[in-house]
Design a protein around this ligand. Sequence first.
Ligand SMILES: Nc1ncnc2c1ncn2[C@@H]1O[C@H](COP(=O)(O)OP(=O)(O)O)[C@@H](O)[C@H]1O
Ligand SMILES: [Mg+2]
Length: 271
Amino acid sequence: MNARGELVFDRVGKRFHPTGAPVLRALSLRCRPGEVVVVLGPSGCGKSTLLGLAAGTMAPDEGSVSLDGVPVRAPGPERAVVFQDHGLFPWSTAHENVAIGLRFAGVGKAERDARAEAALETVQLGDAGSKLVHELSGGMRQRVAIARALVLEAPVLLLDEAFSALDARTRRDLHDHLEQAWTRRSQTVLLVTHSLEEAVRLGHRLIVLERNAPGIRKEIILERHAPHFDRHDIGRVRAELEAATRDQDDPDDAGAARLDQPPPRVGARVP
Ligand SMILES: Nc1ncnc2c1ncn2[C@@H]1O[C@H](COP(=O)(O)OP(=O)(O)O)[C@@H](O)[C@H]1O
Ligand SMILES: [Mg+2]
């Protein structure tokens, strides 16, 4: 697989009801190879829709989504996804769920088994491979879904609230493991979350969507010179985001994406 992982949304529009308001409108976003872009915004603003368009499980009504210049028209092995509802096979084992994508990719059994085991180790489920998914807790299922996406080593990772059911300790451990994994492979990551802490911990760039508003409401670039941001940085980002939300009441501000202006830079720090 030689994909670089440049994921581009070009003036994308998506609506689900012919007469209703579009969920996404005139949305443009370029995720560079190796970049971690975090999508924030209230429930129903279209975050999962954005991921579905990148995954190829839905198609835009307007504009285009492309990967390395090739239009996305269907799901493909170069884009690994953790959907919000997991989509695991409940009557198969954790191991089978993780290995199945490799089977479709034509990987032989010995390699499949080794890679699936390693991916389960990464999500701290090394001893749960033989358990049936329906026997697992919500947090464990979520980790199986993450392992299933990781094992493919795809150039693009699409994660929809992939850590929401995990306890704080497991989440922090996984953040560390995953960041190492995707940095090593230079994966492009598009990550939806409700957690500002997670966004600041993992993101290189945050984008905020707004219900019924075109484009991107707000964009913040996090300059990461240190592996870990601290509380102080989160406080600054929170203030930025709150300021953006206040602007919504401003009648002069139509809420359109203001990508013509450079986004603010937050968290610059001396190495
Ligand atoms: N397959 C679908 N059919 C009809 N409406 C949908 C579908 N998927 C999403 N929607 C609607 O689109 C809007 C945005 O949904 P979604 O992208 O899931 O938001 P978010 O992930 O930000 O909470 C919601 O109003 C939701 O009801
Ligand atoms: Mg969603």
